[in-house]
Structures are given as C-alpha cells and as structure tokens.
Design a protein around this ligand. Sequence first.
Ligand code: DC
Length: 446
Amino acid sequence: MIITIDGPAGSGKSTIAREVAKRLGMRYLDTGAMYRTITLLALEAGLVPGRLDEAGALAAATPLRFEERRDDLTRVFVRDREVTDEIRGRAVSQNVSAVSADQGVRSVLTRKQREEAARGDLVLEGRDMGTVVVPTADLKVFLTASIEERARRRQLQLEGQGVSQPFDQLTADIAARDAYDSGREIAPLRKADDAVEIDTSALTITQVIDAVCALVAEKHLSAPATQAKKWRLSRMVRGPLDTLLYRFAYSFLPPLWRLLFRMTISGRDYLPSSGAVVLASNHRSNLDPFFLGVSSSRQIHFMAKAELWKVKPLGRVLDILGTFPVRRGEADRMAVKRAIEVLSAGGVLGIFPEGHRQREGLLGEIHPGASLFSLREGVVTIPVLMQGTENVVKGRMVRFPRVRVAFGPPLELPAKDVPRAQRALLTSERLIEAYRSLLSSSADGS
Ligand code: DC
C-alpha cells in the first residue's frame, strides 16, 4: 500500500507521516529532507544562488541514506556524514525553495522517490507526492493548518532545539515559502483532486493520526472484495433479541462490573476510535474477555478457546458478544478466517497471544502465530495488561479482588523488509517488552 501525505510547511506532515507508518508497520520517506540535503550540499559547493544548473548533477551523484531513530526525527546521511541537524538550519530553510524549484534536481529526486515507492508499503511525505510522484497512490492526504498555528509549531520545535526566533519572522518565512512552493511552475504545492484534506489547526497529533488510519481502514472496506466481509461482521451479532442483549450488556453492565471489581482502567485513549485493531492481552482467567469487554469503548471480537462453547448458555453469551471459537493445538482455518474478517472490516480483534492462562500471574510465552494478525496491512496492535482476574474464581469461591486493565501504546512493528518469520518473532518480543513495561508501571508490580 502507498500513502501520500502532502501539505505546506508546518502542517504536521513529518510527525503524522512517521507515526502513521509506525502504526501500520510501513516504511516512511521524508522527501523534504531529500531536497534539504541537496540544498545543503549546493550551498557548500557554492551553487546557490548562481549555478543551479549544476545542482541536478549534484543530486544524481549524492547517495542519500535514512535511518529511523526510534521516536524522534529520521536521521539523514550522505555517505557516512550525518546531516540530520544541519539540514534544518536557517541557511538551508531559506534556500531550499529555490533549489527545489530546479527541474534537474526535481527529476533526479522524483526518480529516487518512485524507486522507493516501487518497493511497496511506503508513506511518502512532501509537496507533490499525490500529484506528481505517485499519482496512483492508494490513499492521498493533504494536510493544512492556519499560518499562525504553523508558525507557533515551528517556534516550539526551534525552542526544543535551543533556537529562539521571533514569531513575526517565522510567520513571514512560512508565508514566503508557501508563496514560492505554490507559485512555482514545476510540481507546485497543490492538493490532488482525489486527496482527502485535513485541517490540523485545532487537532492533536493523535487525532490526525487516528483520522489517517481511519481513512486507511475505510479504503480496505470500500474495496469491492471486502464488501461482503462488512456484512458478515454485522451478522456476527444476530437477530433483534441478540442486538438488544448486546446493547444491554454493553450499556448497563460495564459501570456495575467496574464498581464491583474496583477496576482501574488506564491508557484507554491508546485504542484508536476506528479502524482495524488487534487487542493483544495477557491471559490469567477465563473471565478475561469480560473484563476487557467492559474496559473498552469499542466492541471487541474475541477469539476464545472452543471448549467454552461446550457449556451451552456460556456459548450463547459468547456468540452474542461477537466472540468466536478457536480450536487450539491445530491450524484452525475457520478461526483465522473470521479473525481476518474482523480486521478487514475495520473491527477490533481480541486475542490472548499466550494461548493458555497464566494463573500464577506471570507472563507466558507468546504463540508466534498470534503476531501474524498484527503484521497485516493497516492493523494497529494495542497491548493490554490485565491484573487481578486470576483471583476472581479460586476453587469454588467467587471473590471481588481489585482488577487493573492497562492499555499500552501501539506496538511498534518491525520494518517491512525484515523477513516475515523474523518479523513475527520480533513482534512477539516487542509484545512481551510492552507487557513488562506495563507491569513495571503498575502500582503494586504484581
Ligand atoms: O517539508 P520540508 O519543510 O522539510 O520541505 C523543505 C522544502 O522542500 C520545501 O520548501 C519545499 C521543498 N519540497 C518540495 O519541493 N517537494 C517535496 N516533495 C518536498 C519538499
């Protein structure tokens, strides 16, 4: 899948593009950094302003390399020289528009960007991604924000780097760059006709990321092949009585249940309000799906062990709640198919990757197959740590221990070019790491 994110300076493109790529397990390309690097080299070679006709050759001869820094900026290298910080300096910012208006430079960088896109699964961010570089992209987003808001963001960013610049000067710089980028003849900044515009002025970063991820999920839904899946998902809750029971269960029971178990629920905002999600929870009790169900703002379709359906009334309740059986210890194709249906329809899939309950409250080994759902395109994986549910039923006694449900930040997925099996293992390791970090941030550490 190819996603393009275009927009003016300061509209939040870089942060959004990087985070969306991270959530969806895709690669990310900051094309502004490419233009900035060539500008830096052109300045050093004395090509700016007079000898721009030589800048194209310079771009062609420059090997660029990007390296992901975990949660910060992408690091940029020219051979072994790191230019990450230098390309954000004022000299580069003031000259980059002129360099990027040069036809020679543009055709070289456009070719490089298309080569990256041809490798698949990429989020490209820039000015002409949706209009010129990849007009066939699966999803095109155009981000905007008011000029004041963009200047304010830039000021904060600079302050973070220890640089102070007057607000008026920043506003003027941005306005000048807007005019130049939109007014140039070649590949001007313009919203593609089929791009979705999002004004980010009054939105938080998470809200914009959620919106883009929701658009991705919607794309999956509107593809003709998945139309039927949408229908089937709604069929998982059957008949008017079931719908009524479901509504009752989810509107009436959660507050009561939370009160009874003095539940503390943290990090619920990490669960995106729409789009395909894998909720990967640790497993301590057969009651875990209920506790997770009442903690979540969205309906969860759980994959639960088939044995539970042997107790008929329980099986009915599970059906009503949209839960479906998985036969353990064998390749249960039907269960995998239903899980994929849930995700393709942009639903929430609840899984217990440890497979078996860990009644002693420890963490078990992750079943490697569980990670494969997380590696599907457009899926966000949220780790959840449950504590206390192992104490609800002890022998024949039912108790009301304190229960804690902690949602963690979306799991960062291994890059797409890592071999698939390796990706699954790495994902499992990261899930265990996420559980450990949720465990260590819990008050009692149990
Ligand atoms: O996104 P940025 O501010 O880092 O981009 C720096 C400059 O590069 C910007 O002034 C316009 C130019 N640019 C471009 O012309 N085409 C792109 N695809 C990306 C950036």
